[in-house]
Write a protein that binds this ligand. Structure first.
Ligand code: IDP
Length: 141
């Protein structure tokens, strides 16, 4: 059992749809602690750093446009195995494939857009979590 921290983003579609409370409720109800939380519009520098692994992919321009067009909420959550645990809460990347009971499965549906809008991001490994927390909350580094 390992206490971990993960970087969660409530993406602009979650903010615009008024789902901040519902998603935070699920994170807290699961038993994870919210260590830091900030709402702001992401800069292009933050998004380029955050999504560096996707640069060059066909959906990359749409992804950074979607993520930077309106405010998002950045969160650091803490708990035992919170990195895989939050990914389970979030569900599969494509909302159509996300299981019922997950954030994406319950609250998102596929759109006819070049980028998948799916409400949340969660770090996928300890290495990603450390890198992403340093981007969004440098003071916690
Ligand atoms: P994840 O957010 O489930 O970890 P990633 O593969 O890291 O998924 O992709 C980052 C984000 O890019 C996704 O959440 C989604 O918004 C978007 N995305 C990923 N794959 C595709 C795709 O094949 N088409 C369109 N958008 C995509």
């Amino acid at each position: 059992m390992t206490a971990q921290r993960t970087l969660v983003l409530l993406k602009p579609d979650a903010v615009q749809r008024g789902l901040r409370g519902e998603i935070l409720r699920r994170i807290e109800a699961k038993g994870y602690d919210i260590l830091a939380l900030a709402q702001r519009t992401a800069t292009s520098e933050e998004l380029a750093a955050h999504y560096a692994e996707h640069e060059g992919k066909p959906f990359y321009p749409g992804l950074v446009e979607y993520m930077g067009a309106a405010p998002l909420v950045a969160i650091v959550a803490e708990g035992v195995n919170v990195i895989p645990g939050f990914r389970s809460l979030a569900g599969a990347t494509n909302p159509t494939e996300a299981a019922p009971g997950t954030i994406r499965g319950d609250l998102a549906c596929e759109q006819d857009l070049p980028v998948i809008q799916n409400l949340v991001h969660g770090s996928d490994s300890e290495e990603s979590s450390a890198r992403e927390i340093a981007i969004w909350f440098p003071e916690l580094g």
